[in-house]
Design a protein around this ligand. Sequence first.
Ligand code: ADP
Ligand code: MG
Length: 283
Amino acid sequence: LDLRSEDFSELDELGRGNGGTVCKVLHVRTKTVMAKKTIHVDANLNVRKQIMREMQFMHDCNSKHIVSFYGAYMNGGDILICMEYMDVGSLDKIYKKNGPIPMDVLKKITYAIVDGLIYLYDNHRIIHRDLKPSNVLVNSQGQIKICDFGVSGQLNKNSVADTFVGTSSYMSPERILGSPYSVKSDVWSLGITLMELALGRFPFPPDGGSLAIFELLQHIVHEPVPTLPDGKFPANFQDFVSKCVAKDVTARATPSELMKHPYLVSSLTEKVDLEKWAQSQAR
Ligand code: ADP
Ligand code: MG
């Protein structure tokens, strides 16, 4: 199915990131509501075409924990990415509006993210590269899915978005230092994300003050990792998070190791009404 600008009618603006804007749109002919992300790519036509080719693999990304892809097209210097619309929105907006995510729900969210990361890596050798609360989306059926992963090598080099992902405060110490990085970098980002969702605030710096981005990155590289307050959270959650935010890469878990951690193993037998939770968070 070929997507073109003329075929959409705009319904709402969903948000703005560093790279562009995301709108809720209706694909009129098929009556499909989608989320359409506009990314301005500062590169020549050949590079943009290369990006488009690399993005085609997203049609083969089928997992219940990955946001579905409808297609992408070019319009002038912009690349438009059309994806599944997630009506409850992203976890950053949810916790900022309603407070820290309850522990039982957070465990199901963790399972979904880890399963999504394993899917991307095992099947497509993809490292997410930009895992953070705003890239974890929820719909009113209670489904939890990740989006905005590093599909295109070209896009990572050329999009305005990635220039800013380059200074994301969820980056692992090794990435901040410009060292080689692996899927374990995503695990670091997961750990920071979980602390943020459990605490209801970004965990750096530990005193809750604010730092400019450069000082923040310095702090992440040079200071000890913040810990969750003692006694407030279950011990297996504390341990799980500590396995994610180990600064030493060799001490950090891989996504598959996380899946075997008692914290996630226990999630398999727990019943949580995610649909009810999601509906209670609706925008
Ligand atoms: P960021 O992820 O850095 O916030 P984005 O441009 O990727 O920036 O997205 C902006 C906002 O749009 C997100 O914070 C999220 O709330 C919303 N959003 C993105 N994709 C979707 C989607 N598929 N469905 C619903 N909301 C979305
Ligand atoms: Mg995003």
